[in-house]
Design a protein around this ligand. Structure first.
Ligand SMILES: Cc1cc2nc3c(=O)[nH]c(=O)nc-3n(C[C@H](O)[C@H](O)[C@H](O)COP(=O)(O)O)c2cc1C
Length: 204
Protein backbone atom coordinates (compact mmCIF):
# COMPACT_ATOMS: atom_id res chain seq x y z
CA UNK A 1 0.00 0.00 0.00
CA UNK A 2 1.33 3.46 -0.88
CA UNK A 3 1.13 5.56 2.27
CA UNK A 4 3.17 8.51 1.12
CA UNK A 5 1.44 11.80 0.41
CA UNK A 6 1.78 14.95 -1.63
CA UNK A 7 2.12 17.93 0.69
CA UNK A 8 2.27 21.61 -0.20
CA UNK A 9 4.56 23.37 2.25
CA UNK A 10 4.70 27.16 2.38
CA UNK A 11 7.14 29.34 4.27
CA UNK A 12 6.14 32.92 5.06
CA UNK A 13 8.05 35.65 6.84
CA UNK A 14 7.16 34.86 10.44
CA UNK A 15 9.64 33.81 13.04
CA UNK A 16 9.96 30.03 13.22
CA UNK A 17 11.78 29.04 10.07
CA UNK A 18 13.50 26.09 11.83
CA UNK A 19 10.06 24.44 12.13
CA UNK A 20 9.48 24.75 8.42
CA UNK A 21 12.90 23.46 7.43
CA UNK A 22 12.68 20.49 9.81
CA UNK A 23 9.23 19.70 8.45
CA UNK A 24 10.61 19.66 4.91
CA UNK A 25 13.44 17.37 5.98
CA UNK A 26 11.08 14.85 7.59
CA UNK A 27 8.49 14.91 4.83
CA UNK A 28 11.21 14.13 2.28
CA UNK A 29 12.84 11.52 4.51
CA UNK A 30 9.45 9.80 4.75
CA UNK A 31 9.25 9.52 0.96
CA UNK A 32 6.50 12.13 0.58
CA UNK A 33 6.34 14.42 -2.40
CA UNK A 34 6.62 18.09 -1.45
CA UNK A 35 5.60 21.21 -3.33
CA UNK A 36 7.50 24.06 -1.68
CA UNK A 37 6.49 27.73 -1.87
CA UNK A 38 7.94 30.71 -0.04
CA UNK A 39 7.35 34.43 0.21
CA UNK A 40 9.90 37.20 -0.16
CA UNK A 41 9.72 37.91 3.58
CA UNK A 42 10.42 34.22 4.24
CA UNK A 43 13.74 34.64 2.43
CA UNK A 44 14.64 37.47 4.81
CA UNK A 45 13.62 35.56 7.93
CA UNK A 46 15.36 32.34 6.82
CA UNK A 47 18.58 34.28 6.52
CA UNK A 48 18.06 36.11 9.80
CA UNK A 49 17.21 33.01 11.81
CA UNK A 50 19.24 30.27 10.15
CA UNK A 51 21.73 31.99 7.86
CA UNK A 52 19.84 30.06 5.19
CA UNK A 53 19.78 31.61 1.73
CA UNK A 54 16.50 30.70 0.03
CA UNK A 55 17.31 31.25 -3.63
CA UNK A 56 15.05 33.51 -5.65
CA UNK A 57 15.01 30.98 -8.48
CA UNK A 58 12.79 28.00 -7.69
CA UNK A 59 15.04 25.59 -9.62
CA UNK A 60 18.03 26.56 -7.47
CA UNK A 61 16.02 26.00 -4.30
CA UNK A 62 14.92 22.62 -5.63
CA UNK A 63 18.53 21.60 -6.16
CA UNK A 64 19.69 23.02 -2.83
CA UNK A 65 17.10 21.21 -0.70
CA UNK A 66 17.14 18.02 -2.77
CA UNK A 67 20.88 17.77 -2.20
CA UNK A 68 20.68 18.76 1.45
CA UNK A 69 17.92 16.27 2.26
CA UNK A 70 18.85 13.58 -0.22
CA UNK A 71 15.52 13.75 -2.06
CA UNK A 72 14.76 11.45 -4.97
CA UNK A 73 14.43 12.88 -8.47
CA UNK A 74 11.16 14.81 -8.73
CA UNK A 75 10.30 14.36 -5.05
CA UNK A 76 10.64 18.07 -4.34
CA UNK A 77 9.25 20.79 -6.56
CA UNK A 78 9.60 24.48 -5.77
CA UNK A 79 7.29 27.05 -7.36
CA UNK A 80 7.62 30.80 -7.79
CA UNK A 81 5.35 33.30 -6.11
CA UNK A 82 3.21 33.85 -9.19
CA UNK A 83 3.58 30.56 -10.99
CA UNK A 84 -0.08 30.17 -11.83
CA UNK A 85 0.66 27.04 -13.86
CA UNK A 86 1.84 25.17 -10.74
CA UNK A 87 -0.41 22.21 -9.83
CA UNK A 88 -1.18 23.81 -6.47
CA UNK A 89 -2.89 26.74 -8.20
CA UNK A 90 -5.86 24.67 -9.30
CA UNK A 91 -8.60 22.71 -7.64
CA UNK A 92 -8.25 20.09 -10.37
CA UNK A 93 -4.93 18.94 -8.93
CA UNK A 94 -4.76 19.70 -5.21
CA UNK A 95 -2.16 18.21 -2.91
CA UNK A 96 -3.34 15.89 -0.15
CA UNK A 97 -2.69 18.61 2.40
CA UNK A 98 -1.03 21.99 2.80
CA UNK A 99 0.93 23.45 5.69
CA UNK A 100 1.88 27.11 6.04
CA UNK A 101 4.75 27.00 8.53
CA UNK A 102 5.59 29.52 9.77
CA UNK A 103 2.54 31.62 8.90
CA UNK A 104 2.54 35.42 9.20
CA UNK A 105 -0.43 37.45 10.28
CA UNK A 106 -0.33 39.02 6.82
CA UNK A 107 -0.68 35.74 4.95
CA UNK A 108 -3.24 34.55 7.49
CA UNK A 109 -5.32 37.67 6.80
CA UNK A 110 -4.98 37.26 3.05
CA UNK A 111 -6.15 33.64 3.24
CA UNK A 112 -9.02 34.59 5.54
CA UNK A 113 -10.07 37.27 3.05
CA UNK A 114 -9.76 34.91 0.07
CA UNK A 115 -7.44 37.30 -1.75
CA UNK A 116 -5.40 34.70 -3.66
CA UNK A 117 -2.99 37.32 -5.02
CA UNK A 118 0.09 35.15 -4.50
CA UNK A 119 0.49 31.43 -5.06
CA UNK A 120 0.64 30.68 -1.33
CA UNK A 121 -2.72 32.36 -0.75
CA UNK A 122 -4.23 30.79 -3.83
CA UNK A 123 -3.05 27.29 -2.86
CA UNK A 124 -4.54 27.72 0.61
CA UNK A 125 -7.77 28.95 -0.94
CA UNK A 126 -7.85 25.86 -3.17
CA UNK A 127 -7.40 23.57 -0.15
CA UNK A 128 -10.34 25.19 1.62
CA UNK A 129 -12.64 25.09 -1.37
CA UNK A 130 -11.72 21.48 -2.14
CA UNK A 131 -12.17 20.42 1.49
CA UNK A 132 -8.55 19.32 1.81
CA UNK A 133 -6.49 19.64 4.95
CA UNK A 134 -4.98 23.09 5.50
CA UNK A 135 -2.73 23.54 8.53
CA UNK A 136 -1.66 27.04 9.51
CA UNK A 137 1.16 27.55 12.01
CA UNK A 138 0.66 31.21 12.93
CA UNK A 139 3.34 33.00 14.89
CA UNK A 140 2.84 36.32 16.65
CA UNK A 141 2.54 37.44 20.23
CA UNK A 142 0.31 38.79 21.55
CA UNK A 143 -2.50 38.19 19.06
CA UNK A 144 -4.70 41.21 18.32
CA UNK A 145 -8.48 40.87 17.92
CA UNK A 146 -7.92 41.09 14.15
CA UNK A 147 -5.53 38.10 14.25
CA UNK A 148 -7.93 36.14 16.45
CA UNK A 149 -10.94 36.92 14.27
CA UNK A 150 -9.03 35.83 11.17
CA UNK A 151 -8.02 32.59 12.88
CA UNK A 152 -11.59 31.93 14.01
CA UNK A 153 -12.88 32.57 10.50
CA UNK A 154 -10.32 30.16 9.07
CA UNK A 155 -10.98 27.51 11.71
CA UNK A 156 -14.70 27.74 10.90
CA UNK A 157 -13.83 27.35 7.23
CA UNK A 158 -12.01 24.09 7.89
CA UNK A 159 -8.40 25.16 8.49
CA UNK A 160 -6.45 23.72 11.41
CA UNK A 161 -4.79 26.44 13.46
CA UNK A 162 -1.65 25.09 15.11
CA UNK A 163 0.41 27.80 16.83
CA UNK A 164 3.95 26.55 17.43
CA UNK A 165 3.59 26.19 21.19
CA UNK A 166 6.03 23.60 22.48
CA UNK A 167 5.01 21.66 25.58
CA UNK A 168 7.43 21.13 28.43
CA UNK A 169 6.08 17.86 29.77
CA UNK A 170 8.58 15.90 27.65
CA UNK A 171 11.47 17.75 29.35
CA UNK A 172 13.11 19.34 26.30
CA UNK A 173 16.86 19.85 26.71
CA UNK A 174 17.68 21.56 23.45
CA UNK A 175 16.11 23.98 21.00
CA UNK A 176 15.94 21.06 18.59
CA UNK A 177 13.77 19.15 21.08
CA UNK A 178 11.35 22.08 21.14
CA UNK A 179 11.31 22.36 17.37
CA UNK A 180 10.69 18.62 17.07
CA UNK A 181 7.78 18.79 19.50
CA UNK A 182 5.96 21.21 17.20
CA UNK A 183 6.94 19.39 14.00
CA UNK A 184 5.80 16.04 15.43
CA UNK A 185 2.33 17.46 16.11
CA UNK A 186 2.11 18.79 12.56
CA UNK A 187 3.16 15.42 11.11
CA UNK A 188 0.56 13.69 13.29
CA UNK A 189 -2.11 15.97 11.85
CA UNK A 190 -0.89 15.27 8.33
CA UNK A 191 -1.13 11.54 9.00
CA UNK A 192 2.58 11.18 8.26
CA UNK A 193 4.41 8.66 10.44
CA UNK A 194 6.93 10.20 12.81
CA UNK A 195 9.22 8.87 15.51
CA UNK A 196 10.24 12.23 16.97
CA UNK A 197 7.80 12.15 19.83
CA UNK A 198 5.72 9.34 21.33
CA UNK A 199 1.99 10.03 21.42
CA UNK A 200 0.45 10.67 24.83
CA UNK A 201 -0.01 7.43 26.74
CA UNK A 202 2.45 5.58 24.50
CA UNK A 203 5.64 6.52 26.35
CA UNK A 204 7.80 3.61 27.41
C1 LIG B 1 13.05 38.80 11.34
C2 LIG B 1 11.55 39.02 11.09
C3 LIG B 1 10.65 38.37 11.90
C4 LIG B 1 9.28 38.53 11.69
N1 LIG B 1 8.41 37.84 12.50
C5 LIG B 1 7.09 37.90 12.25
C6 LIG B 1 6.20 37.08 13.01
O1 LIG B 1 6.60 36.30 13.90
N2 LIG B 1 4.88 37.12 12.68
C7 LIG B 1 4.40 37.93 11.70
O2 LIG B 1 3.19 37.91 11.45
N3 LIG B 1 5.22 38.74 10.97
C8 LIG B 1 6.56 38.74 11.22
N4 LIG B 1 7.42 39.51 10.49
C9 LIG B 1 6.85 40.48 9.52
C10 LIG B 1 6.48 39.83 8.19
O3 LIG B 1 7.62 39.23 7.59
C11 LIG B 1 5.90 40.90 7.24
O4 LIG B 1 4.65 41.32 7.73
C12 LIG B 1 5.76 40.44 5.81
O5 LIG B 1 5.16 41.44 5.03
C13 LIG B 1 4.94 39.18 5.70
O6 LIG B 1 4.88 38.79 4.34
P1 LIG B 1 4.45 37.33 3.93
O7 LIG B 1 3.20 37.00 4.68
O8 LIG B 1 4.22 37.44 2.45
O9 LIG B 1 5.59 36.43 4.23
C14 LIG B 1 8.81 39.38 10.67
C15 LIG B 1 9.74 40.03 9.86
C16 LIG B 1 11.09 39.85 10.07
C17 LIG B 1 12.07 40.55 9.16
Amino acid sequence: MNTTKTITLAYTGASGMPYGVRLLELLLAGGNRVYLLYSQAAQIVAHQEMQLVLPSRPKEAEELFSRRFNAAEGQLRVFGREDWFAPVASGSNPADAMVVCPCTMGTLAAIAAGLSQKLIERSADVMLKENRKLILVPRETPFSPIHLENMLKLARSGAIIMPPNPGFYHHPETVQDMVDFVVARILDHLGVAQSLMPRWGEQN
